[in-house]
Design a protein around this ligand. Structure first.
Ligand code: ZN
Ligand code: ZN
Length: 390
């Protein structure tokens, strides 16, 4: 096996430089014009066949091995978040209110490093690597936009891979889970309609604020009373909007939030009960409820055979690493839209460094990670690709 740790270490100044540059100039979903430009430039420099504007700002490149063989898609996301950075790092965001707080700057840098390493070893590859740099992972539909633009055609991938830097775990930890790894996500809006009036005369109104409070409380019963305790689900109300004055009962209140599940059968139970409870409790309080449930992403379900292969390669390449096969998260990932059609594996690279204080969680204004995780991620991804296409 090629010494990809050594090669990734050698390339680490390039990787770090890229990551810090992306970090300084973060771009929100579907606005990754500068980032995509750098990605396309570096891929073209390698002589790869590059398509830009795939799914608005996505970039796709193919690397042909010396021998024919299967097509392996490797995907890296590029978008930042609407967060004001508070790290104080010298490479901190130069754009007010926008920050790479999930590590996608690192993913993009890892992807370009993997492309560079694999290009140097293309004579050893039997098959095709399809590099996918995806926009708008953070809930804006980047994966779907790329699928709609044909990222899964010409050539159609046989398998797909992706990774995430993981600050919940320290550097030196790797997570590869067979089966469900990240949850399905649905978002909801419940509009509770009552009858407004004077705050001093509640008996003349139908108070949607009190009804909303009852609905929020009753929704907590879904996970505790309707879902098998050996399964997992989350129902979180994140927003309650209604009323403006201290002496006016409003006409309506709106609740918003998110539902997370792993299994389709559990998701079905939760969504059914959600609708029944929100409508039923609002009705009991004399209000009407308009319940709107929107699917966001399916669950990320890793192909067991491919997950086993990634695990074996990780063990071989990183014998010292703490490799978990049990990491599951109620976070969601739109990689699942690619994995619905193509068997795939999505794995995690521990990136936190408690000693240096680089351990704030994903989406936190102080999020930052140990950049040695870029070497781990690039070396592991390149090793898995070679193992698969050898
Ligand atoms: Zn994120
Ligand atoms: Zn992310």
């Amino acid at each position: 096996m090629v010494d990809f740790i050594g090669e990734a270490r050698e390339l680490s100044p390039y990787t770090r430089e890229l990551r810090r540059d992306f970090h300084r100039y973060p771009e929100l979903g579907f606005q990754e014009v500068r980032t995509a430009g750098i990605v396309a430039r570096d891929l073209m420099e390698l002589g790869l066949e590059v398509s830009t504007g795939v799914g608005k700002t996505g970039v796709v490149a193919t690397l042909e091995g010396a021998q024919p063989g299967p097509v392996l898609l490797v995907r890296f996301d590029m978008d930042a978040l609407p967060i004001q950075e508070e790290t104080g790092a010298e490479y901190a965001s130069q754009t007010p209110g926008v920050m790479h707080a999930c590590g996608h700057d690192g993913h993009t840098a890892i992807g370009l490093t993997v492309a560079r390493m694999l290009d140097a070893h293309k004579s050893e590859l039997g098959g095709t690597v399809k590099f996918v740099f995806q926009p708008a992972e953070e809930g804006l539909g980047g994966a779907q936009a790329m699928v709609a633009d044909g990222v899964l055609d010409n050539p159609k991938p046989d398998r797909c891979l992706s990774l995430h830097l993981w600050n919940d775990k320290p550097l030196g930890w790797i997570g590869v889970t067979a089966g469900p790894a990240m949850s399905a996500s649905d978002r909801f809006t419940v509009r509770i309609v009552g009858r407004g009036g004077h705050g001093a005369s509640p008996y003349l109104t139908i108070d949607p604020v009190v009804a909303g409070a009852q609905v929020i409380s009753a929704l907590q019963n879904i996970v505790s009373r309707n879902v098998n305790p050996l399964e997992s689900a989350v129902v979180t109300v994140t927003s309650m909007i209604g009323g403006e004055a201290f002496n006016v009962i409003p006409e309506t209140v709106e609740l918003r939030g998110t539902i997370r599940t792993f299994k389709p059968e559990i998701r079905k139970i939760v969504l059914e009960r959600f609708d029944q409870i929100a409508s039923g409790v609002a009705n009991a309080m004399g209000c009407q409820a308009e319940v709107d449930l929107q699917p966001v992403t399916p669950a990320v379900v890793n192909d067991p055979k491919l997950a086993q292969q990634v695990y074996q390669v990780a063990k071989e390449v990183f014998p010292e690493a703490d490799i978990s096969t049990q990491e599951r998260t109620m976070g969601s990932e739109d990689m699942s839209f690619l994995m619905e059609d193509i068997p795939g594996c999505y794995f995690f690279i521990g990136s936190a460094d408690h000693e240096r204080g680089l351990d704030a969680g994903h989406h936190h204004p102080k999020f930052d990670f140990n950049e040695d995780a870029l070497v781990t991620g690039a070396a592991l991804m390149a090793s898995v690709v070679v193992d698969f296409l050898e």
